[in-house]
Design a protein around this ligand. Sequence first.
Ligand code: SAH
Ligand code: SF4
Ligand code: F3S
Length: 484
Amino acid sequence: MYSHLNLDEIDVTKEAPALEPQRQYYFIARLRQMTEQQSRREGRKLTSCIRTFGCQMNARDSEKLRGILELAGYENTDSEEADFVLYNTCTVRENANQKVYGHLGYLSGLKKKNPHKVIALCGCMMQEPEVVEKIKKSYRFVNLVFGTHNIYKFAELLVTALESERMVVDLWKDTDKIVEDLPAQRTYPFKSGVNIMFGCNNFCSYCIVPYVRGRERSRRPEDIIAEIEGLVRDGVVEIMLLGQNVNSYGKNLDEPITFAELLRRVERIEGLERIRFMTSHPKDLSDELIEVMKHSQKICRHLHLPLQSGSTRILKQMNRRYTKEQYLALAQRLRQEIPDLSLTTDIIVGFPGETEEDFQETLDVVRKVRYDSAFTFIYSRRTGTPAAVMEDQVPEDVVKERFQRLLLLVQEISQEMSKRVEGQTLPVLVESVNEQDGSLVTGRLSNNLLVHFPGTKDLIGKILPVYLKECKGFYYLGEAADLQ
Ligand code: SAH
Ligand code: SF4
Ligand code: F3S
């Protein structure tokens, strides 16, 4: 691995090396030279701000982008008045796109005040050609646009943009490349996401992710283990293994391994306390995985298992490749084998052709599985996906009314389920000082529920037993067990 120190040893007067990641470290060194010069001119440190829209994959990508900016000499800030602003965008639903356009309007005002401001856009939304056309036409103040496949080239692209008068746009349709060993600047010192795979091959008919994230590629287990070992040396106690469908991990590697086997290997890493993962596709969830989870000391008691719809007919239209009955049988097996497991899900309301009967099937699954919590989404039409051109798009008022009914049911059950551990004393990983009340700290149970209890900031990053005094709907008030 490289560090700040040997950036100084890179000769930036020479040509850039062809090999990765060396090439990117060369450009980070060049970037650092440029920021130092501008810093001296302005008599202050340059600042950068990254805003993340979207899922944990994007959040992890942002940490990598931040790592590069930090090495290059930028000071990280939350304010969009920064010298360099980067939006890491999401396009999974239309409102994600609208948010980005809204923010861009605000940025344009800031840029008028500070013409030296540099603005960049990256992430899933940029993989859509119509979006990029719109940006080129209507948001000409943007300096740099890149996508999800060439994110590792960020330092190189930023150098190009800083040296150019015009908008720099670099987008790749797909890639089979995985570049290892680039820096990352973590948001939390004690926990981290770890990509185990990129892309998705499932093509659920409503979903744009396979089009903007490309084909499924798994990282080699050795690289994943080495990264986690490094994180643990650095103070990380909890990791979240990230992939659009972790259950199909490793299938296309030269030496194929299963996700369950990867978990076994990760479990053996000394000093690592908690393992989480996201997301599991029900069609690929194996008995082997249930076994590994059941006997694990480190894998958290939480499984996110997106349902999407409870109607077998709609599931078929969605290309989900399981039936209502198969899903229910899987959920039942999980509840039986791992009774303290928290089961959460994603549900889409208003997929094209969804009838009241179909919707009732969804409510039925919610009642039978009794989710600990559920994310509910109104179907959003994504250009280029098969569902976008399906007939019978459901009218907005019908969808909204169904959505409300679903939300009420999900919340009612979720409150009851959250209460399950009231009165118990369970380990909590402390994450932060409570935002509303500074005398409390906030932590997370293995099952992902939040707990607030009296404590001080030196507890952050520690795992300690907490007595779960009172369930307040979706979270707990507790007391550190040794204070009782
Ligand atoms: N790979 C994960 C989830 C990726 S997107 C999985 O398969 O579960 C996260 C969630 O967004 C999905 O589970 C789905 O519920 C929702 N989603 C995806 N596309 C959507 C669309 N077009 N409209 C509404 N919700 C959508
Ligand atoms: Fe989208 Fe389906 Fe892939 Fe999840 S599994 S990212 S919902 S296509
Ligand atoms: Fe959004 Fe891309 Fe994630 S579309 S949900 S940020 S993979």
